[in-house]
Design a protein around this ligand. Structure first.
Ligand code: SF4
Length: 334
């Protein structure tokens, strides 16, 4: 079996606030294969984005990152700034939810693309211009030559996201981390961007991490899914296994909250409460205060991640049976 492209071991992120310390991320192990598409899901505050910002060395200095993140054996955690500069964009690139706040408003699109091409591939002048044009074509921007002279504010949100994707592709990365790339877009443009990402993956063989709170978006666009809760990885499986036979009570709760597309109208099942404040999490299972089947030991002992199938792992003290949800069946709407 080929070695994984990216290996994450014992990754921790601690935020300091005076004397207080909060552990926002605590992930024992996680791997991504070359060319693989992995979805990372969970509610807001579950640590999805912080995990990848930490991996790329993009967190502010009040955050301490521990453990290891290696891409093709090259360590990222604690790497010198020059090494990170070389790897970011070239080996791993990241795009964000709001492209207009990531693009520089005072520079033209062509200038920003050329700068990325110079930095990552050493292209200059005419060569950079030609490659910028090709990238805009690749991401489906019509009249690319004219768009090179535009400023970000002259483009729609969907076009700006395409420009961000073009900039991410400028370094020909092996892995693209897309952090809620379609959340700020309307449904039609969202579908177009997701098709674009699928096409680029097919054409380039690039691996993808798709961070989203939208299970529908993830289900259609990835091979494998990782579920995060309060900074921990609670379940990980191939998409069909996760959506068809989730074993962790939190994952089952997320799925139970989805509306059925067919059948009679039903009241949706909601997970009570909210994701805990990272400054006040307990030492045991962080989902315990919201879990309908929590036992006394859950609040004291963190559950180990156990293998429950070939590529299926869950971190829960209970061996929840496949096909049985711990959440009550939804009741018929009145
Ligand atoms: Fe629920 Fe306990 Fe499993 Fe946590 S370890 S999800 S509290 S049953």
């Amino acid at each position: 079996m080929a070695a994984p492209l990216l290996v994450l071991r014992n990754l921790t992120v601690d935020f300091h606030n005076g004397e207080r310390l909060s552990r926002a991320v605590d992930i024992a192990e996680f791997e991504i294969g070359a060319g693989e598409a992995v979805g990372v899901v969970g509610e807001s505050g579950s640590g999805k984005s912080v995990t990848w910002l930490a991996a790329l060395g993009l967190l502010p200095t009040r955050a301490s990152v521990g453990g290891s993140v290696r891409i093709d054996g090259q360590e990222l955690v604690g790497a010198p700034a020059a090494t990170l500069e070389r790897l970011r964009g070239k080996r791993i690139a990241m795009i964000f939810q709001d492209p207009s706040s990531c693009l520089n408003p005072v520079h033209r699109i062509g200038w920003q693309l050329s700068e990325a091409l110079g930095l990552h591939r050493g292209l200059e002048s005419a060569a950079a211009q030609a490659e910028a044009l090709r990238l805009l074509d690749q991401v489906g921007i019509a009249d690319a030559r004219r768009r090179l002279s535009d400023y970000p504010h002259q483009l729609s949100g969907g076009l700006n996201q395409r420009v961000m994707i073009a900039m991410a592709l400028a370094g020909q990365p092996d892995l693209l981390v897309a952090d809620e790339p379609t959340t700020a877009l309307d449904a039609t443009i969202q579908a177009q961007i997701l098709v674009l990402l699928r096409t680029i993956r097919r054409d380039t063989g690039m691996a993808l991490v798709l961070i989203s709170h939208d299970l529908g978006v993830v289900a259609e666009n990835v091979d494998r899914v990782a579920v995060m809760y309060a900074g921990r990885l609670v379940e990980e499986a191939m998409g069909a296994d996760l959506f068809g036979a989730a074993r962790h009570p939190y994952t089952q709760g997320l799925l139970a909250a989805l509306p059925a597309l067919t059948g009679p109208r039903q009241r949706l099942t909601a997970i009570p409460g909210t994701v805990p404040d990272p400054w006040s999490v307990s030492s045991g299972c962080r989902f315990a205060p919201r879990c309908p089947v929590a036992e006394p030991r859950c609040a004291q002992q963190p559950p180990p991640s156990r293998r429950i199938g070939l590529l299926h792992r869950a971190a829960c003290h209970l061996a929840v049976e496949a096909g049985r949800s711990v959440w009550a069946m939804p009741q018929a709407a009145e």
